[in-house]
Design a protein around this ligand. Structure first.
Ligand SMILES: [Zn+2]
Length: 484
């Protein structure tokens, strides 16, 4: 059978996405009476938990230590680094009262934790022997977003913010940590089959308080670009005002260097969006709360009914033994066709159909959610067959997503071509660039889109080409896109 059409899904992505969150009971958005805040429902929470488990396992295995800081940050801490506060000021929620009493010191709901963590690091870090230290936490952050909010994509409470904060004894070691963080994020996105483009953000769009920012972006089904992860070299921008000092190897006292890097609910939004189709999401087996749903096909005779029941019991035992997360849908008042539809809409990667014929033959029918392809297997070999199928689904989802992203990244040499592509197809457009800020800003206006930045390494193809804005020789390329 052919894969479901992806037409409607990409053209009406926003409606599709809202429908999926509702239909699959992932995230209830818009009903909770605070704008920009939604509720994780049990099924969605299970997806979220598996994604967070993956992130934790990658960070734990690379020397990161999990911590938990208070939600409230006093105003004077938040104001200590001036660039930082300028970047966040318009988005901070303030707690101003305790009961009936106005507070002496206003308290911010954390928009991010560079300030509170740097403050505590000033007590913890004494010597080069203490370094590097790699901390992280998974917490809620709050931002008073003034742009239109969207479920899991632009929220006022981001409920799954993984922020890592690291401290180093030199600029170079922090640089190396940025590299390492990029590698860890690649691993996480690869596990989830999420394709990405890595760019060094331009000066005018780096994190408030960073020396430089590297970002992961992906193209959503509607062609608009979503930032899904960022890595910042913070230099000594926070350690100087917060006095995070340490004794160097040569016994001199110096300020430490830092990095920070974050992932959010957007990782889960992307996971759902990227692998979806008209029938709903397609969850990769490694994070699917239910990996296999078993649908018994009702039999007419008593003899067949008993046979199906026996085969079901054997199947359950095999699935349990293999540690597979499964569910048997035994509802008697719901027809199999209806059940297929419901589980497809929840993105369960594999369906097993078991009826009188299969019970007699000692076989099972496995149906892949991603391609809807059916295969008949021997019931006694179901564990190996599923293991193989999970791996196939995972790698094919990833390959399909990467291929799609590649068609969405285009190279052009004129502003006119860039404008046309961004208007008609969106995606990411790369142009040669002289590297000057004024040309980048001018380009944003000319193509009516945002700059994502430049590749980390100078791309070969710009050699001998010119900046389409000023006509000077290109030193790198610049990426532009319609952004979320
Ligand atoms: Zn230029």
């Amino acid at each position: 059978m052919a894969a479901p059409s992806r037409e409607r899904w990409s053209k009406e992505f926003s409606r599709w996405f809202d429908w999926v969150l509702e239909e699959a009971e992932i995230y209830d958005y818009g009903r909770y009476p605070v704008k920009g805040m939604g509720v994780w429902r049990p099924y969605g929470f299970q997806i979220r938990r598996r994604v967070v488990d993956l992130i934790r396992s990658v960070l734990d295995a690379s020397g990161h230590e999990e911590v938990l800081f208070p939600l409230l940050i006093p105003e004077h801490l938040l104001r200590k680094e001036s660039e930082h506060v300028r970047g966040f000021e318009a988005e901070v929620y303030w707690v101003t009262h305790g009961g009936r009493e106005p507070l002496d010191v206003k308290l911010a709901l954390r928009p991010t934790s560079e300030t509170s963590i740097s403050y505590m690091e000033s007590f913890w870090i004494k010597s080069y022997r203490d370094l590097p230290r790699l901390f992280y936490q998974v917490v809620s952050i709050f931002r008073y977003e003034t742009k239109a909010t969207r479920p899991l994509i632009r929220l006022r409470e981001v409920t799954t913010f993984k922020e890592a904060h690291t401290v180093h004894d030199s600029f170079e070691d922090a640089d190396r940590q940025v590299e390492e963080a990029i590698g860890l994020y690649k691993r996480i996105f690869d596990e989830l089959g999420i394709p990405y483009v890595i760019s060094k953000r331009p000066e005018w769009d780096k994190f408030a308080g960073a020396v430089y920012t590297v970002a992961f972006d992906t193209v959503m089904p509607d062609g608009r670009v979503l930032q899904i992860g960022t890595v910042h070299h913070l230099g000594q921008n926070f350690t100087i005002p917060f006095e995070v000092r340490f004794q160097r190897r040569d016994e001199l006292i110096d300020y430490a260097w830092q990095t920070s890097y974050g992932l959010s609910d957007r990782v889960i939004a992307t996971l759902i969006a990227i692998h979806g189709d008209d029938r709903g999401p397609v969850l990769p087996p490694n994070v699917a709360p239910i990996q296999v749903v078993v649908i018994p096909i009702p039999a007419r005779s008593e003899e067949d009914t008993a046979r199906v029941e026996k085969a079901l019991n054997e199947l359950e035992e095999r699935l349990r033994e293999a540690g597979i997360r499964y569910r048997v849908d035994r509802r008697e008042d719901v027809r199999p066709g209806r059940k297929y539809y419901e589980w497809e809409a929840r993105g369960v990667p594999v369906r097993i159909e078991l009826g009188p014929r299969e019970a007699r033959e000692g076989s099972l029918v496995l149906v892949r959610r991603d391609t809807l392809e059916k295969r008949k297997v021997e019931a006694s070999r179901v564990q190996e067959e599923l293991e193989k199928l999970f791996e196939e689904i995972r790698s094919e989802l990833r390959n399909r997503a990467w291929k799609w992203l590649e068609t969405k990244v285009r190279r052009v040499e004129t502003v006119e071509e860039a404008r046309k592509i961004l208007e008609e197809e969106r995606g990411i457009v790369e142009l040669p660039w002289c590297g000057r800020q004024e040309c980048g800003l001018r380009l944003e206006e000319m193509v009516e889109a945002g700059v994502l930045g430049s590749p980390l390494e100078k791309p070969e193809w710009v050699k001998g080409r010119r900046c389409p804005v000023c006509g000077q020789p290109a030193v790198t390329s610049i990426r532009v896109a319609k952004k979320y």
